[in-house]
Design a protein. Sequence first.
Length: 323
Amino acid sequence: IHTGLLGVLSVCATLLQLCAGCPSECVCNSLEANCSGRSLVSVPALTSLPEGTHTLFLANNRLSSLPVSAFANLSTFESLDLSNNYLDNLPSRLFRELSNLSDLSLRNNSLTVLDRELFRSLTQLRRLDLSLNGLATGLTWLSLAGNRLHALERATFEPLVNLQHLELGINPWECDCNLRDFKHWMEWLIYRGGYVDAVECTLPKDLRGRDIRGVPVEMFNYCLQLEDENGGGGAVVRTEAELPDCVKQRYRPVSVRRAIGTVVIAGVVCGIVCIMMVAAAAYGCIYASLMAKYQRELKKRQPLMGDAEAEGDSEEKQISSVA
């Protein structure tokens, strides 16, 4: 009885602690604080959140500005969602204490400019979503170099129609299916005269140390097969580590050497075919020339043969008359 009573009291104490530490505008549990869709115009007091909270949702509110101390003393946070608000400017030191933040969404706000110091303290950042903002109005130069970025979403950069210079070096890029679409976007940027520095792959092993800009597109053909297996182009493509062993063996990307070898073999075959076509054309020309010469010689000889036959006929007539 005493044990059961102590257990009930412990649960009640935990619930009271969670309720006491959770802002009235939010719903909290031991890991998350959800303050989304509350029509908030300011960030609620977050200093008393339950210990261990690592995810904060502030999406779908009416936040237009944030004080520099909005996320002070929240170094345990790993994920922060500020999407679908009205933010148009962010203080340069807003995220200075979020040293463990790995996932940050600023999607669908009104940001037109980003301070160059804004993300400097986010050393653990893995995913950054800046899509559907107003950055395209003037952003021409962007550097994300020297971070710990593994992948980037193409949709984040497509609105940046004026971007001309993009630096992505010194990041541990994983050149798998999740980076395929972004590779295509980089190629489009370079095609229209933009600049992208080296994007050196760390994974998979076949591409380690390679610049993804120079990796043949055939290396990503297996991604299309994975999408078909997962139910179409809208399916989420899993990384190699998440695939079962049988799928890994079936859809393992070809090596760079094999891709280059395929290109070399195709070039040799095309060269041989071209040589054969040239030889056939030359033979045809020579044959046509010889036939034309033969026809001319034949025409020259025909009158001579006709004269000889005429002379033979006259001789026969003379002999018959004598007889």
